[in-house]
Design a protein around this ligand. Structure first.
Ligand code: GLN
Length: 552
């Protein structure tokens, strides 16, 4: 078989962060995928952390988890959602992980006694990792997103990796700059290209000239501004793509196509572009516009408790999972963020939950806000409000049930009260050893594990299959000691690990509650635009039914 000639598109940011570079990369991949090309992506984060697992979600946003257990940046979730694929740890690297493997190689004498340098050894290690992904996935195109912005000291070695790769394969590597173009002036409608000119000059100073520019701006960039930027920075006509703010990120690939980005990239990479097939994606975007049945869901958590600063980034996969299921069910869902601590200081406030169609408690760690969450779960159970608990949301639902139905007033998780007489959620013995060694990095139960479903349950009916594979990220598990008693009191463990030892899904029977279900895993990581997650869909359907009841 002839070896594939892989192509590489590096994408770097200019002017400032948080302008949607990850979404731009995902959208570029989508338009190339729609041309029948095999596309994959690599994310490079320039921090020293070896992975994203030890990072605080209020600072960094969600920690996304892959099938193989890699804890990574939320952009990996964007790629998986846009490409409808499952990525692996090979698709993610940080400065820390690159240095770690270089140092290990050096310790193993793999450099045969020579001196190992930051340049070129670090960029060469980066290139070899990228080429490994290209070969392993037999990709036509690998898109490499370099975190941060040009001019940051910390991503210089990654820019050098591009320079070296381009030097080695001049016809196979291009670089795009996603840059912010602010609107200022009287009326705030004058787009300013100067910061982008400086970003390009910054790139030039490390020997790189961009092949294309994605101009992120509040409104579309007019021809005059494009011409100015082309002229000032030595870009060709057509090299600048305007990417104005949009309400729906899934429309961005169409905006890029409208500016002929697909043709431009294929031309620059000397690839023959094939017929564009966007029909399914188009259907999805159209459906999202037609979704009109309004429902309100309360998301109860604590990772948006950052003073004035609201960070829904911490729950981005949950938001997207709700969105996909809502769209395909014709629902327009509004999410309301509720800080559980408010219920602890003002218990009367809890009655506000009555007005919601459903309640979600996403994953979390630690003590703060937990009692407020348990109060909300009790309210949802008693008032028959659809409830969906994800990971911590499942563990806390079990604690609530044990306290208020079984009467075990001190029921708790070992994470908070290991001395309770009813530790209904306990630490696994291997996890305990690791914690005693202060070993926190990548030591949880991580990644995809199978579970077997009980027929006739909500979970089984939603999935329509007996065996599932879902992604985990947790240290604690339902304590097997109490399972029998809990089941006797009415909760059903509808999903278990194949050996029957680990409880993966818990639910109340439909005769007792319209939807009261929790998962030990994170279903949100596997929700895709064209393949919404079955449990989220079952939850949304239950929320819609409650709407009908309200209307009566
Ligand atoms: N803190 C809990 C545990 O470690 C739940 C984790 C989560 O919600 N991801 O088991």
């Amino acid at each position: 078989m002839k070896k594939k000639n892989h192509k590489y598109i590096f994408v770097v940011g200019g002017v400032m962060s948080s302008v949607g570079k990850g979404i731009a990369v995902a959208s570029i991949g989508k338009i190339l995928q729609a041309r029948g090309l095999k596309v994959t992506a690599v994310k490079i984060d320039p921090y020293v952390n070896v992975d994203a697992g030890t990072m605080n979600p209020t600072e960094h946003g969600e920690v996304f988890v892959l099938d193989d257990g890699m804890e990574c940046d939320q952009d990996m979730g964007n790629y998986e959602r846009f490409f409808e694929c499952d990525l692996s740890r090979a698709n993610y690297m940080t400065t820390g992980s690159v240095y770690l493997s270089l140092i290990q190689k050096e310790r193993n004498l793999e450099f045969k006694g020579r001196c190992v340098h930051v340049v070129p050894d670090v960029p060469l290690e980066v290139i070899s990792r990228i080429e490994h992904v290209a070969n392993r996935e037999e990709a036509d195109i690998v898109i490499i997103e370099v975190g941060g912005t040009v001019g940051d000291y910390q991503n210089v070695v990654f820019l050098e990796a591009f320079r070296l790769l381009k030097f080695k394969k001049p016809n196979d590597a291009i670089l795009g700059l996603v840059s912010y173009v602010p609107a200022l002036g009287t009326g705030g409608n004058e787009l300013k290209t100067k910061p982008t000119q400086h970003a390009i000059r910054n790139l030039n100073s490390v020997g790189i000239h961009p092949d294309f520019v994605v101009a992120r701006s509040p409104m579309s960039m007019d021809v005059k501004r494009k011409e100015k930027l082309e002229y000032m920075c030595g870009l060709h006509k057509g090299d600048i793509v305007s990417s104005p703010d949009v309400n729906n990120i899934y429309e961005i690939p169409f905006n890029f196509e409208r500016d002929s980005l697909g043709d431009l990239l294929c031309k620059k990479l000397k690839l023959k572009s094939k017929i564009v097939d966007f029909s399914e994606w188009k259907r999805f975007v159209k459906k999202s516009k037609n979704a009109t049945k309004e429902i309100n869901i309360a998301v109860i958590g604590k990772y948006f408790d950052t003073g004035d600063f609201f960070l829904s980034d911490a729950y981005v996969s949950v938001i997207e999972a709700v969105k996909f299921s809502s769209i395909w069910s014709g629902a327009k869902t509004k999410l309301t963020w509720v800080n559980s601590k408010d219920y602890e200081t003002n218990p009367k406030k809890i009655s506000e939950l009555k007005s919601f169609n459903g309640i979600v408690v996403p994953g979390g760690f630690g003590t703060s806000g937990v009692e407020g969450v348990i109060m909300a779960i009790k309210f949802a159970r008693k008032n028959k409000i659809p409830y969906f608990g994800l990971c911590y949301g499942m563990q806390l639902a079990i604690i609530e049930y044990c306290r208020n139905v079984l009467g075990w007033k001190d029921a708790h998780t070992a994470e908070i009260n290991p001395k309770s007489s009813h530790v209904v959620v306990d630490i696994m013995s291997k996890q305990k050893e690791l914690l005693e060694e202060n070993n926190y990095g990548a030591t949880m139960r991580l990644g995809a594990y199978p579970a077997i479903l009980k027929s006739g349950t909500i979970a089984y009916n939603a999935y329509g299959t007996k065996k599932i594979l879902e992604r985990h990220r947790h240290r604690y598990e339902v304590n097997p000691k109490f399972i029998q008693e809990i089941e006797k009191a009415g909760l059903i463990f509808s999903g278990m690990s194949p050996d029957g030892k680990l409880m993966e899904i818990v639910e109340l029977p439909k005769s007792k509650h319209p939807f009261f279900l929790g998962t030990q895993f994170h279903p949100e990581f596997k929700a895709r635009p064209l393949h919404p997650h079955p449990l989220f869909t079952a939850f949304i359907e239950a929320c819609l039914k409650r709407n009908k009841k309200h209307e009566k």
